[in-house]
Design a protein around this ligand. Structure first.
Ligand SMILES: *Cc1c(COP(=O)(O)O)cnc(C)c1O
Length: 460
């Protein structure tokens, strides 16, 4: 099925693949009302692009507040004492940490930079969770000073923390558990947990408040079952005299990017014939996710009455959503800088160059592609045109969209391409000043009277 450039000259009908479309099937993203308003505004996007002079991200922190409220409502409905810690690595924007502070969510951090950035936006020390393997002494000390909850990943780290703190102000600790049969490099085995319990008992400078885990994948049942095991660990720790009252189930709450029918059609038809240079990817994020975010939390709480067991044993459930707290809270805007016509199986398609790089749309750096289709702005009538999107760098492999996206008309220089729903991991986890291109700024939208937006640049 390989589709090399040399097959360009194939006559229509003369090739086994000629009947197949060279265009990927559409993957239209769910758009939030604020995104529709932004896209419908005749001027705002164009003016922002003019002002920024290059690619930029748009953040709408009100939607982060909405996502926090939805998680909290799921806890309330289940009658469970729950705490939300935003997994900060998913987006660096100051406005997200600020939204957490304003809406009563904590933040999950893994570096001194993340910790101080959260404090600077008004998140208080005791509302921080500190995760990550073998954390630096500087980070452990600062976290203990601020009364943050520290998820300890190994015994050596626990020893170092005990030496950095005192009985007068003990460090608040969760022990991170390595799930049975997991090959993760994070967490402690059952034997190591037993040793850690003994160490916590022997050191007055450690206060053991519970246990944590973070699973890859998006399985609600696996999370509910492991949470049940961690409740049992809390009860055991209490018999040893520890105030173990918290179980943290980490992040991994899904986000629903595209409708089910679009995802099904894509999966059924996908092949190298849809991609520039016959590129293929082994796997994709599950862009259609039927039970996302807070609904997935409800599913976890309902499984085998986890909610009842948390209540009966007076255990607080902590969650650390990154991606899901950012669902529908941002998008990324590139300007079309050039375009070529290329052919595959004798059929033409457009190969664009935009003014930024795939460092601002991170999925390519995880050997995959971001599948929600970019929106071409401004909307004008035209002919559907299969379009690949390349970056403004000198790397042949630096593409934002290898697949031929069916744009509603041929894109022209000066048009904008808006990649929707990019706040979670896509926009800034991989950005650097590659080629000495400036790192794209973040524009923060606020609602203003009269259905208008006002904007600022993000404070980070
Ligand atoms: C990355 C991470 C999270 C956030 O994960 P999401 O999939 O974005 O929800 C939460 N907790 C820990 C320990 C993490 O490493």
């Amino acid at each position: 099925m390989g589709l090399e450039q040399s097959s360009i000259a194939v006559e229509p009908g003369a090739d086994a693949n000629a009947h197949e479309s060279i265009s990927a099937s559409p993957m239209p993203a769910h758009l939030d009302p604020w995104e529709r308003r932004l896209l419908a505004d005749p001027n705002l996007l164009g003016d922002l692009s003019f002002a920024m002079g290059g690619p930029f991200h748009v953040m709408y922190p009100a939607r982060v507040g909405h996502n926090i409220r939805a998680f909290r409502a799921a806890f309330t409905r289940a009658g469970v004492h729950g705490t939300i810690y935003y997994g900060k690595k998913a987006n660096k924007a100051a406005c997200v940490a600020r939204a957490c502070a304003e809406h009563g969510a904590g933040v999950d951090v893994a570096s001194v930079g993340e910790l101080t950035a959260a404090l600077a936006q008004g998140v208080r020390g005791p509302d921080l969770m500190v995760t990550g393997p073998a954390k630096a002494d500087d980070l452990l000390w600062l976290a203990a000073r601020h009364g943050s909850l520290i998820a300890v990943d190994d015994l050596g780290e626990l020893e170092r923390l005990a030496a950095l703190t005192s009985a007068g102000e003990p460090a608040r600790v969760l022990l991170r558990v390595l799930p049975a049969a997991s090959a993760s490099r994070f967490g402690m085995t059952s034997g190591e947990i037993e040793d850690a319990l003994a160490l916590c008992g022997a050191r007055a400078s450690i206060r053991l408040e519970g246990f944590s885990f973070h699973l890859s994948g998006y399985d609600a049942v696996a999370r509910a079952e492991l949470a049940g095991e961690l409740i049992a660990r809390c009860l055991h720790a209490r018999t040893l005299g520890h105030p173990a009252t918290t179980v943290s189930i980490g992040g991994g709450f899904g986000v629903d990017y595209v409708p089910a029918d679009a995802a099904l059609e894509f999966a059924a038809g996908m092949g190298r014939q849809w991609f520039h240079s016959g590129k293929s990817f082994d796997s994709y994020y599950p862009y259609h996710f039927p039970v996302p975010g807070a609904a997935m939390l409800t599913q976890i709480l309902d499984h085998a009455d986890l909610a009842g067991r948390l209540r009966d044993n007076a255990v607080r459930l902590a969650i650390e959503p990154g991606r899901a707290l950012l669902a529908h809270a941002g998008c990324t805007v590139f300007r079309v800088q050039g375009g070529k016509t290329r052919h595959a199986h004798g059929k033409p398609y457009r190969l664009l160059t935009v003014d930024g790089t795939s460092l601002s749309l991170s999925e390519q750096w995880f050997d995959s592609e971001y599948l929600p289709d970019p929106v071409l702005w401004p909307a004008r009538p035209g002919t559907v045109t299969p379009t690949c999107v390349g970056a403004a760098s000198c790397l042949d492999s630096d593409m934002l969209s290898w697949r031929r996206v069916p744009l509603p008309r041929p894109a022209e220089v000066g048009d904008l391409l808006i990649y929707p729903n990019t706040a979670g991991y896509q926009m800034d986890s991989n950005e650097s000043a590659f080629h000495e291109l400036p790192i794209p700024p973040k524009v923060v939208l606020h609602d203003a009277p009269g259905e208008r937006f006002r904007w600022t640049r993000d404070g980070s």
